[in-house]
Design a protein around this ligand. Structure first.
Ligand code: UDP
Ligand code: MN
Length: 261
């Protein structure tokens, strides 16, 4: 059977959340053997996400982990000030490790061959991307479009090996790769229980904080035609304007709050 792709998605309540999750779901429904691990940044699971997943038709796990207040971006902070989604990705990893330990304990066997991908809820994913990552031995890498104030960032491949990174900013970071630009084998994560995301990592070092406990640059497996194809885009969704809504609320004519958006 095909190796399972565990997709870990941090998500948080805001006006565009359901739209983002719908877009993701409709991509993932086309991918065989995909298990969606949705981790809400909330003190408890929300009705919106619970109901959404219940009728999604996808294999999923619904988790939650609230970002501590001191680690959360405040209104007006520049968006790069603190890493987002670190606690939620760690919660997804914790769940996977726990599930694997239970399976191994029960059967005394190794765990299934599987791959982990961290998919933010606002990016755009091509179906081809998932087939590129499916047979990851340790860590697969590929280009990411529309990221880092560039057309794309990518690992540079020579003779089948990653030798450096095409990026406009701090190329000497251990792994100057966006979250959307790599997948890791579940077995590698299980073999390295100290590999987590550091929620206090300096800007741009969140990916490195995790990857440097798992691989070296030489071991990276270049995918997407030796990193020549863009199959994922770091799109960001505009915050919807609510000026008219607010004016109507003042007149008692706001949109019916019982309608879920
Ligand atoms: N996220 C979250 N809590 C927050 C902000 C973001 O769980 O307070 C999630 C978000 O839903 C996304 C991921 O973390 O899946 C990355 O956030 P975002 O897309 O805002 O980051 P950027 O695109 O700016 O890197
Ligand atoms: Mn984003």
């Amino acid at each position: 059977s095909l190796p399972t792709i565990y997709v870990i998605t941090p998500t948080y309540a805001r006006l565009v959340q359901k739209a983002e999750l719908t877009r993701l779901l409709h991509t993932f429904l086309h991918v065989p053997q995909l298990h969606w691990v949705v981790v809400e940044d909330s003190p408890s699971p929300t009705q919106l996400v619970r109901n959404f997943l219940a009728v999604s038709g996808l294999t999923y796990t619904h988790l939650h982990m609230l970002t501590p207040k001191d680690r959360k971006l405040q209104e007006g902070d520049p968006h790069w000030l603190k890493p987002r989604g670190a606690e939620q990705r760690n919660e997804g990893l914790r769940w996977l490790r726990e599930k694997a330990a239970a399976a191994a304990g029960g059967k005394g066997l190794g765990f299934e061959s599987a791959v982990i991908y961290f998919a933010d809820d606002d990016n755009t994913y091509s179906l081809q991307l998932f087939e590129e990552m499916r047979y990851t031995k340790k860590v697969s890498v590929w280009p990411v479009g529309l990221v880092g104030a560039m057309k794309f960032e990518r690992p540079v491949v020579e003779n089948g090996k990653v030798v450096r990174f095409h990026t406009g900013w701090r190329p000497n970071r251990p792994f100057p790769i966006d979250m959307a630009g790599f997948a890791v084998s579940l077995n590698l994560v299980l073999a390295n229980p100290e590999a987590w995301f550091d929620g206090n990592a300096e800007m741009g070092f969140l990916e490195s904080s995790f990857l440097q406990n798992l691989v070296t640059m030489e071991e990276l497996e270049p995918k997407a035609d030796m990193c020549t194809k863009v199959l994922v885009w770091h799109t960001r969704t505009e915050k919807p304007k609510m000026k008219r809504e607010e004016a109507l609320i003042k007149q008692g004519l706001g949109s019916d709050p019982n309608v879920e958006v």
